[in-house]
Design a protein around this ligand. Structure first.
Ligand code: AMP
Length: 461
């Protein structure tokens, strides 16, 4: 099956004089969720104004572009896809002029039945511009026998399978929708506009609220659709069966550590993973070092639990993009070298525990351990603050197919030898879930951890 794996961030503003600029800031804060394209659609005098482009938020939007995005409501999107389909037609928000008026849609997640929907729609005469799954949703909305967007969504949403957190802008309202599993995060916030009125903000992550000065109101619930218009805010549940399965990998790697995701601090969750890892796999060593930046909170937790001193043994050059994000293997390999510099003064002659958040193909760990050894470390013990990654994600995280997942194909000892470590240990699935419960006092959730346990909450072919 051809999958359209997309890591994305979505944003929305209702009733603020600086809607376009707030959206720009929100996307800026969520740049880690996607670096290939960015876009904003604003609502001005019942019509949509849009600006989209390939590249980083700061490159796509110039001052003049933001000046043109007039209006008091807007939605925005940052996108990364792995399929090579990095073209402008796939950049979101996707906007269309329907019979009922303009509709624009920003999607984080991945629809597992999009190939079926697309085929049916094309057979019925729909014309597609791009190759992403999100375009199906616009076609489905357009085909409903109603011009009321709420009624249309009630008909469309039950047809969608998989992961979706949407922000949708029409000529007179903003919608925020989360699939019944709640795979991807989506939060509602509030801030005052210049007239002292409430404006509503929707974002994938709360770090976007921090930058725009909004307060977190609450999470949008799995299976919930929120409608915001000039009368205020209303909530609908479009499917009775809700089976909460938020993505555990948001806590492991994907979200920013300064966000509250699924009701819980990502930083605290990662620290807790590190503590559990130290409890499950204690090792004698002189220092604990993180793979920066993704392993930092877990290494702090590991160090706190084990009482082994924490050091920044590797210094990261922050002006290089994330290695994984480069589509070609040759560039990825180059990326690790250019990005991370081990400090000989810290590492030489030491027994080192290296903590990273995850091990996917094994490329990063192998390079890093090589660099640490070159810097004179006596022993290198690799500790991974999540379980072995054994399955691809069909819900919007760029995990490669099974053949490239080292833990799906090799034993622990083989992986240890491949990466060149003296020892290797992963946090157990039980440890990961227990540490989430421990660091999240009020509610106990069930998560989607399909990439670690192979249990997919939906059909995936
Ligand atoms: P690998 O080299 O394939 O083993 O990748 C592992 C490294 O990539 C770890 O340092 C992770 O922090 C990072 N990583 C894991 N998953 C992803 C992802 N979906 N997107 C980008 N980076 C990732």
């Amino acid at each position: 099956m051809k999958t359209w794996r997309e890591e994305c961030g979505v944003f929305g503003v209702w009733n603020h004089e600086q809607a376009g600029r707030l959206t720009y800031l929100g996307l800026y804060a969520m740049q880690h969720r996607g670096q290939e394209s960015a876009g904003i659609v604003a609502l001005h005098q019942n019509q949509h104004l849009q600006h989209k482009g390939l590249g980083l938020v700061a490159d796509v939007f110039k001052e003049a572009d933001l000046d043109r995005l007039l209006g008091e409501s807007a939605i925005g999107h940052v996108r990364y896809s792995t399929t090579g389909e990095n073209r402008l037609a796939n950049a979101q928000p996707l906007a269309a002029q329907l019979f009922s008026g303009p509709v624009a849609l920003a999607h984080n997640g991945n629809l597992v039945n999009s190939h079926i929907l697309r085929k049916q729609l094309q057979e019925q005469g729909s014309i597609f511009q791009g190759t992403n799954d999100t375009e199906c949703v616009l076609h489905l909305i357009s085909r409903t026998p109603t011009s009321d967007i709420i009624e249309a969504m009630k008909l469309v949403l039950p047809q969608l399978e998989g992961a979706f957190s949407f922000t949708i802008l029409t000529h007179d309202r903003l919608l925020a929708v989360r699939d019944p599993f709640g795979f991807r995060p989506l939060v509602l916030g509030k801030k005052k506009n210049d007239r002292g009125e409430d404006s509503y903000i929707v974002a994938s992550e709360t770090c976007a609220f921090d930058l725009v000065g909004a307060q977190l109101v609450r999470e949008i619930e799995p299976g919930e659709m929120i409608e915001i218009n000039k009368e205020g805010i209303r909530s609908y549940f479009f499917q009775k069966k809700v089976q909460s399965a938020p993505c555990v990998f948001e806590h492991v790697y994907f979200s920013r550590p300064d966000s509250i995701v699924f009701g819980q601090s990502v930083y605290e969750a990662r620290k807790s993973f590190g503590k559990w890892l130290a409890k499950e796999f204690p090792t004698e060593a002189d220092i604990v070092i993180p793979v920066p930046d993704s392993g930092v909170p877990a290494a702090i937790g590991y160090s706190a639990e084990s009482k082994i001193p924490f050091e920044f043994g590797i210094i990261r050059n922050h002006y290089v993009g994330r290695t994984f994000i480069q589509p070609h293997q040759s560039i990825r390999n180059f990326g690790v070298k250019i990005k991370l510099n081990p400090q000989t003064a810290i590492l030489s002659g030491k027994r080192v525990i290296v903590v990273d958040d995850s091990l996917v193909r094994g490329t990063t760990s192998k390079k890093i351990i090589g660099l640490i050894r070159q810097a004179g470390a006596k022993e290198v013990h690799m500790r991974i603050a999540s379980p072995p990654t054994i399955g691809p994600c069909f819900y919007g995280v760029d995990t490669p197919q099974k053949s490239q997942l080292i833990a799906a194909n090799q034993s622990l000892a083989e992986i240890r030898d491949h990466i060149g470590a003296d020892s290797l240990a992963y946090l157990s699935i039980e440890g990961m879930l227990a540490s989430l419960k421990e660091s999240q006092k009020p509610t106990h959730r069930t998560y989607c951890s399909a990439c670690f346990d192979g249990k997919y909450p939906t059909r995936v072919e």
